[in-house]
Design a protein around this ligand. Structure first.
Ligand SMILES: Nc1ncnc2c1ncn2[C@@H]1O[C@H](COP(=O)(O)OP(=O)(O)OP(=O)(O)O)[C@@H](O)[C@H]1O
Length: 336
C-alpha cells in the first residue's frame, strides 16, 4: 500500500493585487482585489514504502509547495495528500513523528548552539531514552564523519558540515519517511558524494522512503530509479528514469579521436553531430568525430567496426545522452 499519496492536490496562494499607477503597494493595501498563484495544480502520485523518488522540475514548478503540504506546513486548497495514512495538515504532530525533513536552503538547527547541543534538544523533544539517543548520535557521527565539529556552534560550520548536521537532526527519531528538499545545494563534490552515499545507504539498509527534490542531475542519476517531473504545478512524467531516457533519447554517441584530420564520411545508421552534444570537452576537437546512433538500428560493435574501416581511429568511447538534456527537453514541452 502506498505510504505517500497525492490525489488532485492543489495549492493556491492569494495576495493583494498590484495596482497600476503611483504607489502601487500602498494602493494594494486598500484594495480588495486579490491575485491568485496556482503553485500546485491537481497533482496525483503514489509512493510505495522503501522507494527513493526524485521530485524534479524547473524553478517555480511547485516542488517545495508539494513538500510543504506533505509535511503539514501548508494546507492544500483542494485535493488530499496522505502520508503514512495521515493527512499532514490536520495531524501535524503525529505526522512529524513519521517523517524527517531537510530544507537545504534553511537549517533547523540552533545557530548559537554547538551541533551536539542541538541534537540533545531534539533528542529531548522526541523523548528518546539516553541509550537510544547515544546509539543513534554515535552511529550518525561515524557514518557522516561529524566528530571534528560536534562541539562547533552551528553558525561557524561550513555548508557541507551544517547539511550533515541537518540530516542527523531530521533522522534522530528514526523516521520511516524522509523529505529532502535540495539537500546538496551549494555543496562541493566531496561533500555531495558523502551526502548522497548516506542517503542511498539509509534507503537501502533501513528501507526509509525518500522523496528528494533537486536540480542536480548527478544526484538524480546516482540515487533515483523513479522520477516525478512537474512543471507549472502539474505532473509531466512519472516513471523509471531509464525508460524516460529510452523513450526520449534512445540514442547513444560514439566518440572517435582520429589519428589525423580526415574528411567526413557517411556511415549508415549514424549521424555525425557536434561534439557539444556529448557535453564533455573533447581534447582534440579538430580530430574528433561524434556519431549519434540508435542501438536498435545498429549494434554498437557493428558501428565500431564500420567506423574503424572508414577512419583511422586512435581512441574511441561510447557516451550516453546526459540526463540534463533529456530533462531540459521535457521542460520545453517536447514530450507532451
Ligand atoms: N507563500 C507564497 N506566496 C505566494 N506565492 C508563492 C508562495 N510560495 C510559493 N509561491 C509561488 O508558487 C510557485 C511554486 O513555488 P515553489 O517554491 O513550490 O517552486 P519550486 O518548484 O520549489 O521552485 P524552486 O526550484 O525555485 O525552489 C512559484 O510561482 C512561487 O512564486
Amino acid at each position: 500500500m502506498a505510504v505517500i499519496e497525492a490525489a488532485g492536490l492543489v495549492k493556491e496562494f492569494s495576495r493583494p493585487a498590484v495596482l497600476p499607477g503611483r504607489l502601487p503597494r500602498l494602493r494594494g493595501l486598500f484594495s480588495t482585489k486579490r491575485e491568485i498563484t496556482r503553485a500546485v495544480s491537481g497533482v496525483n502520485f503514489q509512493v510505495e514504502p522503501g522507494e527513493l523518488v526524485g521530485y524534479l522540475g524547473p524553478n517555480g514548478a511547485g516542488k517545495s509547495t508539494t513538500i510543504k503540504m506533505l509535511t503539514g506546513i501548508l494546507t492544500p486548497t483542494s485535493g488530499v495528500c496522505r502520508v503514512a495514512g495521515l493527512e499532514p495538515s490536520r495531524d501535524r504532530a503525529r505526522n512529524a513523528r513519521n517523517i524527517g525533513v531537510v530544507f537545504g536552503q534553511r537549517t533547523q538547527l540552533w545557530y548559537d548552539l554547538p551541533l551536539r547541543d542541538s541534537f540533545e534538544v531534539l533528542g529531548d523533544l522526541y523523548n528518546l531514552d539516553r541509550t537510544t539517543y547515544r546509539d543513534r548520535v554515535g552511529l550518525f557521527t561515524e557514518l557522516l564523519d561529524l566528530s571534528d565539529f560536534l562541539d562547533t556552534p552551528v553558525r561557524s560550520l561550513s555548508l557541507g558540515q551544517r547539511m550533515r548536521g541537518d540530516l542527523v537532526a531530521a533522522m534522530l527519531h528514526a523516521p520511516s519517511i524522509l523529505f529532502l528538499d535540495e539537500p546538496t545545494v551549494g555543496l562541493d563534490v566531496v561533500a555531495k558524494a558523502r551526502l548522497t552515499e548516506f542517503i542511498a545507504e539509509t534507503n537501502r539498509t533501513a528501507g526509509t522512503t525518500v522523496v528528494l527534490t533537486t536540480h542536480d542531475m548527478d544526484d538524480v542519476e546516482r540515487l533515483c530509479q523513479r522520477i516525478i517531473v512537474i512543471d507549472s504545478g502539474t505532473v509531466l512524467y512519472d516513471g523509471d528514469l531509464s525508460k524516460l531516457k529510452e523513450r526520449f533519447m534512445p540514442y547513444r554517441f560514439l566518440v572517435l579521436t582520429l589519428a589525423e584530420r580526415s574528411l567526413r564520411a557517411d556511415i549508415p545508421f549514424a549521424t555525425e553531430v557536434d561534439a557539444a552534444a556529448v557535453g564533455a570537452a573533447v581534447p582534440y576537437p579538430d580530430r574528433t568525430v561524434v556519431l549519434r546512433f540508435d542501438p536498435r538500428e545498429i549494434a554498437t560493435p557493428a558501428l565500431i567496426t564500420q567506423a574503424s574501416q572508414v577512419y583511422q581511429v586512435d581512441e574511441l568511447s561510447i557516451v550516453d545522452p546526459r540526463l540534463t538534456d533529456v530533462i531540459a527537453q521535457l521542460y520545453d514541452g517536447v514530450l507532451t
